[in-house]
Design a protein. Structure first.
Length: 365
């Protein structure tokens, strides 16, 4: 007669090993094999081009979407970090100011990294095989979230939890240690669709589906040419968009500090070197680690929210060595002045870039 060994409880195990779980960390366990596979879901979004030109987990859906990645793994520990901000999206609309989305206001991954690394070190000391994934293109980080009991996928496609809403980051730790499954829960958005209503561009028109082609956050991180209409929709956003997060009822708390803002001086951004920008915003995803893309964002935001000094500053940027900067400076000047006296500051016949020249000629029409 086979006697089934009692599975370990993850919370008792951590307590016995003197691992304290911070109040902002939530943990759940999924037994493996799970038979969970999100590959087709990711591939479907890719085939319908809803991912726009995003790489990340879309580069290899067959692997990133596979739950049972390792034959040796008996459990996956799902760890979420609650970074609920102490402020609303109360950013300034004063001319010349831009907004950083609250999800990007600081490096929220650091506490999650620290805790998962702590668990990794514990398992390694005990000779237990592990594999961690944190914000990795090799792993769809929300793959086990719905089944773990921690929460559910919202109509915004964000992972939601009671009292936290979408303000959380998720990591996964595969281990050969067998832990007992966490208690499952049934949650849903019900009839609520505030995230869909609040999205300024219709990226969430189909519930539980994100069309990245219409997503402001996507475009402010993309290396591609931002479409003309999207530049207008960006408004004075410098990085990210919070509308689907701040509108979500489970994520709204009475602890919000309305005096805090996530505001930047756009003119200051344009005066910084690329190296200074990449260092200052090291936790941002910046295409090719090229600060010109942050200056591009600043030019768009400043064109949509100019002050009395904006035109002079942008006129000077028409002489930039950077094709990206000249391209968006042309658009920004057109947006603010409709090219009044443009010939005093820019000679299209001297323009070496066909991309910039074509943008100028398009706008002239």
């Amino acid at each position: 007669m086979l006697i089934k060994m009692k599975e370990k409880n993850i919370f008792n195990y951590l307590k016995l090993n003197n691992i304290h779980i911070p109040k902002d960390i939530n943990i759940a366990v999924i037994s493996l094999p799970s038979l969970i596979d999100k590959s087709l879901l990711i591939q479907e979004a890719k085939s319908e081009k809803r991912h726009a030109n995003m790489k990340f987990t879309f580069s290899n859906p067959e692997y990133s979407g596979l739950g049972d990645k390792f034959e040796w793994a008996k459990s996956c520990i799902v760890i979420s970090y609650n970074y609920s901000p102490g402020s609303s999206n109360n950013h300034s609309f004063k001319p010349g100011d831009g907004a950083i989305a609250l999800f990007a206001s600081e490096n929220h991954y650091k506490p999650l990294d620290n805790f998962i690394n702590l668990l990794t070190e514990l398992f390694q000391r005990q000779g237990i095989r592990i594999q961690q994934f944190i914000d990795s293109p090799q792993h769809y980080d929300r793959i086990f979230f719905n089944s773990s009991g921690l929460g559910w996928q919202g109509k915004s496609t964000m992972m939601l939890s009671p009292g936290i809403g979408p303000w959380q980051l998720i990591g996964n730790l595969y281990t050969e240690e067998k832990f007992e499954d966490s208690e499952k829960n049934t949650f849903s958005c019900g009839a609520c669709n505030l995230c869909q209503i609040s999205c300024p561009t219709g990226a969430l028109d189909k519930e539980y589906t994100l069309d990245s082609n219409k997503c402001i956050s996507y475009w402010l991180q993309s290396p591609d040419i931002i479409p003309h209409e999207m530049r207008i929709n960006i408004g004075n956003r410098f990085y990210g968009c919070d509308e689907c997060l701040t509108s979500c009822p489970p994520g709204q708390t009475k602890e919000f500090d309305e005096t805090k803002t996530s505001t930047v001086d756009l003119k200051k951004i344009l005066s910084m070197t690329n190296e200074e920008l990449v260092e200052k915003y090291s936790w941002f995803y910046i295409p090719k680690k090229n600060g010109d893309f942050l200056k591009r964002n600043a030019l768009i935001a400043l064109a949509n929210n100019p002050d009395e000094y904006s035109v002079k500053i942008i006129h000077n940027l028409l002489k930039s060595d950077s094709e990206i900067i000249r391209f968006y400076s042309i658009w920004a000047i057109w947006k603010i002045t409709k090219f009044i006296d443009i010939e005093k500051f820019y000679d299209v016949d001297l323009e070496e870039s066909e991309l910039v020249k074509n943008e100028y000629l398009r706008l002239m029409k």
